[in-house]
Design a protein around this ligand. Structure first.
Ligand SMILES: *Cc1c(COP(=O)(O)O)cnc(C)c1O
Length: 375
């Protein structure tokens, strides 16, 4: 899934991703690579190969369909589908291609057992528990019923157990996280007493970096692989400071123009030049996943300097102030993310102007055409 022809180029540095994986491995014992949503916009197959070269042997994607495309790319490692089976086709493919789906509903168990029986196969699954996200997963109340279902249906084989943390990146909610870890421990003990010894994962990136006590026997690393520090702005920030952003996004300048004092800029005339100025018309807009939220707020990096966006971001263009930047010309590069020198734009800078989190910035800008460095 990519946006078609435009001027944007997404550069992904695979060495940065390998470096970030090594950092997570220093902390965790068994770190799965979370590569859902096309590896947070960085490219499912390329990122998975880079992680595999660093020793990753388990990959977590979103849908069973995404798992299938990773399998079809030649990946022979363990693949987990975090969204679980949503149709009989998903159940069929999970069993046939040895994809391990998350399962947190009795409906999914029933559908799986019916489909694998007709295939004459077995299927391996990851039991998903809700310990505090109130999203997907079996609840503690359902544990007894779950154990008896599993005992009666040996063709559906639980091999993993997991739950997801809601607040591992926030020092103010450490007790909430501890509560989740306590519930998860109780779940694992109950399963173990019933004869199910499962590999267990609870931690996401922040959990891996900060909290050894939530590491259990495996961990799921996502955002940190892509070089955004989930701890920025907290007192734990230093624990992720060595992470290196892997994505850089640039486009071309379509025109450079003089503006005279009093001239209005872009739709709605929301910016009026306070002085004579030089502006660059930059080929990036909301159709490229570059949010209209950045109107009058965001900045781009041109020749190592920051150039603020003036007026509204349009569908495929925005206008930036380059009065203070020497020698800006038609067809020069403007960086939406990354860039050189003092003006370099970090994922957190961009997410801040945008009013969102780095995850969303990567997923949306990553829809544009990508090139890879350091394969
Ligand atoms: C996305 C996701 C992760 C990774 O979280 P990060 O904060 O990106 O490390 C882990 N587990 C599940 C279930 C997820 O959906």
């Amino acid at each position: 899934m990519t946006i078609g022809y435009n001027a944007i180029e997404v550069e992904v540095d695979l060495e940065a991703i390998r470096h970030n994986y090594r950092i997570l491995k220093e902390k965790g014992s068994n770190v799965y690579g979370v590569v859902k949503a096309d590896a947070y916009g960085h490219g499912l197959v390329e990122v998975s190969r880079a992680l595999e070269a660093e020793g990753a042997d388990t990959f977590a994607v979103g849908t069973v369909g995404e798992a299938l495309s990773l399998r079809n790319s030649g990946c022979s490692k363990r693949i987990i589908a975090l969204l679980g089976p949503l149709s009989e086709t998903d159940c069929f493919n999970a069993a046939k291609y040895d994809i391990i789906p998350f399962v947190g509903e009795f409906e999914q168990l029933e559908m799986l057992s019916k489909v694998v029986a007709s295939q004459g196969r077995k299927v391996r699954i990851c039991l998903k528990f809700d310990t505090g996200m109130s999203r997907l997963g079996f609840s503690l109340d359902e544990l007894e019923q779950l154990v008896s279902w599993l005992k009666g249906n040996p063709d559906v084989i639980p091999v993993l157990a997991s739950s997801h943390l809601a607040t591992s990146d926030d020092p103010a909610y450490e007790e909430y996280m501890n509560g989740q870890a306590g519930k998860f421990t109780h779940i694992l003990d109950t399963l173990s007493a019933a004869g199910f010894e499962l590999e267990a994962s609870l931690a996401n990136s922040a959990g891996i970096l900060v909290h050894d006590r939530v590491h259990f026997s495996a961990q799921r690393g996502g955002i940190a692989l892509y070089g955004a520090n989930p701890l920025n702005g907290t007192r734990w920030e230093g624990l992720g400071e060595r992470l290196r952003p892997a994505m850089q996004v640039s486009t071309r300048i379509a025109a450079v123009r003089r503006l005279t004092k009093g001239q209005a800029v872009s739709y709605g005339c929301t910016y009026v030049a306070e002085r004579d100025m030089t502006v660059a018309i930059v080929c990036a807009g909301y159709a490229d996943g570059y949010s209209r939220q950045l109107s009058n707020t965001g900045e781009v990096c041109i020749k190592g300097k920051r150039a603020p966006i003036l007026g509204r971001v349009c569908m495929q263009l925005c206008i930036v102030d380059v009065s203070h930047v020497e020698g800006v010309n038609f067809a020069d590069r403007a960086y939406l993310l990354g860039g050189e020198g003092e003006g370099r734009i970090s994922p957190d800078d961009l997410a801040g102007w945008w009013g969102t989190i780095t995850y969303e910035v990567f997923c949306l800008l990553g829809l544009n055409p990508r090139v890879y460095r350091n394969k």
